[in-house]
Design a protein around this ligand. Sequence first.
Ligand code: H2U
Ligand code: ZN
Length: 351
Amino acid sequence: MAPFQLADHPHRRWNPLTGEWLLVSPHRAKRPWQGQVEKAGGAARPAHDPACYLCPGNLRANGERNPAYASTYVFDNDFAALLPDTPSGAVEKGELLVAQAERGLCRVICFSPRHDLSLAEMSAEAILPVIDVWAAQTAELGALSFVNYVQVFENKGAVMGCSNPHPHGQLWASEHVPGEVAKELGAQRDHLARTGECLLCTYVAQELAAGERIVCANEHFVALVPFWAVWPFEAMVLPRAHAASLPALGTDARRGLADILQRLTARYDNLFETSFPYSMGWHQAPCDETDHPEWHLHAHFYPPLLRSATVKKFMVGYEMLGNPQRDITAETAAERLRAQAEVHYSLVGAR
Ligand code: H2U
Ligand code: ZN
């Protein structure tokens, strides 16, 4: 029998950030595919859409008018999931039926006045103000006494539940540290206590030395497909140097991040020549007035596309009931992303 190989044999991989396992079945990636392979296409969008509730100068659902903003624009979500004036309280019926009031705040962040762009088509110079506003909002909301965590994220594409193609993200600030963040907090804390080292500092160094899962890197930031990736072209973006949050990044690091975000998202779009859908977001240290030496800032990109602009990965069956599973390995996904150009396909020939 041939010796065990990650590239050939079914195996489990461990996610040290969440303590969870996933199943990898690389042999299945070799099976024939007879589904669709067409590109998604899609109509070109105007630079300003009079019907868009995010474009400058337009009316929102609550009757407010957006200003004629020229770069980024932040407003309180008109349909916020969390509210600052929720009364405190709890319900406990025995050990099993437990509920707690949760206070918070939700905001929407427009990345650009241009309705027809996405991060993938924006320049690094245009992405920099988005990073600055993510950081400023994190600091502002994190300073509120009832806020202990600020989740910055972006849903892109209708398939990810994004309501509007205008480039935008969201921010939910909450009283409690949300579940995914709490898992990562526990894992990073344990790792630091056990080894004296930051989990993700060690991980980034190990990945840079190996090279095979790196998508792109610069002096400050790295984009890679994590060893434990679940989504087909999942990626993480991390600073090389230890930093706990977006506000902790200096000007040079922010410029480095803008460069990496432009290069990663352009590669994503180029993979299937489509506007690549994903949910992405930042995991930063909780703002709970305690020190978080264990926390290493990072972004997760979770994109569902698998084989083409229309063939998606679904978390169904075994994945809902057992644990997540993937066919193409993280190494193959990274190789395919590395092979993409960093000039967006729609701009080829336009420069
Ligand atoms: P998504 O595209 O990820 O759904 O985010 C858009 C958010 O914008 C959504 O949370 C809010 C929705 O509540 N929104 C407003 O705040 N005002 C509006 O006029 C429409 C949508
Ligand atoms: Zn718009």
